[in-house]
Design a protein around this ligand. Structure first.
Ligand SMILES: Cc1ncc(COP(=O)(O)O)c(C=O)c1O
Length: 458
């Protein structure tokens, strides 16, 4: 990355801008704020999922159409949150609405296999180059099954995971997701830290954490645990610390290292799958792992999940020796939505449009960064991107801990106050776009970002 002239940001100015923007936002959400209190009488915390409750206050959504959503107070936004990246088809896409309506009147659940399985399976084989698939209902379930497949095939228990990655909320992997920098331990031996209370230490003992983009540290973990590692799960491009791309050779290097030790590699493509390219990270980076986990975008807005793997790994499932089960697995409504999404909406051609929107966002935000001397850069691919508030390129979670989270919060407030909905604020911002987003939508995002960059640097 070329070295650029950047300005030093004034912490007092950031604080006063935050105050101004919060004061402007609050009155716009009176209905949401009151309604949350009402809901809170019976629903814990007033929300269905903890990450729907983030500062400065929860915003309840009324409806969505195309690239737009409306909240309970009647405010309209261009949506770059897109349901944590699930709505790459955009809201209420006519093809998906029609497919769901057609299935709904024919019955929504049988817990017996139905007709769309073959088309969805074939499409996933075509995209991700793995021969066999099973279906589930969330990314969490998909990564749970991935870990179990690798453990079953090797008879080993230890799993390697990346520091700063999220793979869902089950006890096998909910470690070191956003670990406290005070507690993370040395880089060559990160401490496996449960993300929430209630996860037994016994599970932590089965997970070894390593930094992203560092093959030597994976080699070290394998050497120190010779014959004990079942496999490694990795988001091929990290999506929960902003976007962090894999360095050239990293993903192939992981495959080689793990295979040399009789262990497996799983790509968690819950966020990258069918979003950064037609074949997700498998296509974008040209590496096929032993397992791929999917969810979010492949369901067109219905709860979904899928696990793809080699014949070797699926062997015990196919033979019936190992159950991979769930009442709602392969639910016909989800399959109808998936079939429409994968074969009629997120077609090969649609990725040209997503890349065009990405480049409009990247070029526009980079120009604003340059113009105002903001210490930041843009990174991403296809439907996914982010501004990283660092003057130097971030390679792994530990590079992000010194980034001032008030900057991303302020950036979020600026967008929210100017009609762009972003994912509930987190330390690193990420956007998702849909096939129904337009260049004008991207320009709106860029105009807001430019205003933010001017304000924070002046
Ligand atoms: C990379 C990754 N894996 C797994 C999950 C869990 O998916 P779900 O929320 O559908 O359980 C997420 C959710 O954001 C994710 O980002």
């Amino acid at each position: 990355m070329a070295v650029r002239e950047t300005v030093e940001l004034d912490p007092d100015r950031i604080d006063s801008l935050i105050e101004e923007e919060e004061d402007e936002l609050e009155p716009k959400h009176r209905v949401s704020i009151e309604y949350k209190k009402e809901v809170g009488r019976t629903v814990a915390g007033g929300v269905a999922s903890s990450w729907q409750d983030s500062p400065p206050h929860t915003i309840f959504i009324d409806r969505g159409q195309g690239s737009r959503i409306w909240d309970l107070d009647g405010n309209a936004y261009t949506d770059f949150h897109l349901g944590y990246g699930a709505m790459v088809a955009g809201h209420a896409h006519p093809k998906i609405v029609e497919a769901v309506q057609r299935q709904a009147v024919r019955g929504t659940h049988f817990a017996q296999p139905t007709r769309d399985l073959d088309v969805v399976g074939e499409n996933l084989v075509d995209r991700f180059a793995l021969p066999l698939w099973r279906f589930c209902n969330s990314g969490t379930e998909a990564t749970l099954e991935a870990v179990r497949l690798m453990r079953a095939a090797t008879g080993r228990d230890l799993i390697l995971k990346i520091e700063g990655s999220y793979h869902g909320h089950h006890d096998s992997l909910m470690f070191s997701v956003v670990p406290d920098p005070e507690q993370i331990g040395p880089r060559e031996h990160p401490i496996t830290l449960p993300q929430v209370p209630g996860i037994p230490q016994a599970f932590a003992n089965l997970v070894r954490v390593v930094p992203f983009n560092d093959l030597d540290e994976v080699r070290r973990a394998l050497d120190e645990n010779d014959g004990k590692v079942a496999g490694m799960i990795v988001e091929p491009a990290m999506m929960n610390c902003g976007v962090i791309m894999p360095e050239p050779g990293y993903l192939q290097g992981l495959t080689d290292l793990l295979h040399q030790r009789g262990a497996f590699l799983a790509f968690d493509e819950v966020k990258t799958g069918a979003t950064i390219a037609y074949g997700g990270a498998v296509e974008a980076f040209g590496v096929t792992p032993d397992v791929v986990t999917l969810a979010k975008a492949i369901g067109g807005g219905l709860p979904c999940g899928a696990i793809g793997a080699t014949e070797e790994l699926f062997g015990p499932v196919v033979s019936g020796e190992m159950d991979m089960a769930g009442t709602f697995n392969g639910n016909p409504l989800t399959l109808a939505a998936s079939k429409a999404t994968l074969t009629e909406v997120l077609t090969k051609d649609s990725y040209g449009h997503l890349n065009e929107i990405y480049h409009a966002l990247e070029d526009g935000c980079e120009a604003a960064i340059e113009r105002h001397g903001l210490p930041a850069y843009v990174t991403g691919l296809g439907a996914k991107g982010s501004v990283i508030y660092s003057a130097t390129r971030v390679r792994e979670y530990r590079d992000t801990v010194s980034i001032d989270e008030r900057i991303t919060y302020l950036a979020w407030l600026f967008q929210q106050n100017r009609g762009v909905f972003k994912s509930p604020w987190s330390k690193q911002e990420t956007w998702t776009t849909s096939v129904q987003h337009s260049i004008e939508d991207a320009e709106r995002y860029v105009a807001n970002f430019d205003e933010f960059a001017a304000a924070i640097t002046s």
